[in-house]
Design a protein around this ligand. Sequence first.
Ligand code: UDP
Ligand code: MG
Length: 325
Amino acid sequence: MKKDAVLYMVIPCYNEEQVLPITSKLFIEEIKDLIQKGKISNQSRILFVNDGSKDRTWEIIEELSKENEYIIGICQSRNRGHQNAVLAGLMEAKDIADITISIDCDGQDDIKAMESMVDAYYEGSEVVYGVRSKRQTDTFFKRFTAESFYKLLNKMGAEVVYNHADYRLISSRVLKEFANFHEVNLFLRGMIPLVGFKSSSVYYERHERMAGESHYPLSKMLSLAFDGITSLSIKPIRIITGLGLFVSMLSFIGAIWAVITALLGNSISGWASTVCIVCFMGGIQLICLGILGEYIGKIYMEVKARPRYIISERTWDKDKDNENQ
Ligand code: UDP
Ligand code: MG
């Protein structure tokens, strides 16, 4: 295979004015290094996706794109979340680039691992997952919650690569197939494996954020886990059915026991046990209703099929580019 693929680095940014001036230099260094080594084409670009930031992020991206030919940027019309920002970038790049690498802009993921990813692409992989080899820089709490997150997802039937977040290489061939996945509820790391094609993994160490703060507190992580499960699997609904069967069997046994004690003349007033059972059943029913509601909510959102991202601005003139072609 000729080694002159056009690479687009897709980098979502939300309120990252502190970190962008630092990491943009590292991205430029990497892209120049790869071009110099003859691994990617000179047409490769660093594509920043501003996810409706409230600080100076977009201004910084605009300035960077003026200073450096390798940097371009798109701006979302409002904040839509990390997954939608990555999708916007990938869809923007799919017709121009041969390969894309999505990576966070905070420098936590080892930018140097891109070279191994590109090598794996030339060896035949269409998707290359960046997998964290260690989690030493994370706090115990983050490590524990993140690991439980992957285990739970896999148990629930969402196929995800262990310890892989959204740092991955995707070829334009896979992206073109992926564009046919029209769902609104996005969970990219569970959806990409569904496209198939040959894939491999590259291992790297995750560092601390270079500046600024994480936008993924526990509440957002929980909702991502819940979204991941309910978008990719119907196992929770099956569990509800199983639970329903189990509880009804238990109450059947309970009923027999009640008849026997009544016949033996040992029956007690039974107020406490009745209240306990009523509360327990009420709780279970509410949880089950909640889970069912979650799926119905998802169906509702999918049926509306609203756009998954809206690009309001670009650092270049796309219409002019099209006219020139
Ligand atoms: N991000 C985004 N939109 C959001 C939240 C986050 O585009 O609504 C971006 C953010 O700028 C960063 C990446 O997603 O590049 C990961 O976010 P963060 O580093 O805060 O998460 P963590 O690494 O702590 O899980
Ligand atoms: Mg981060």
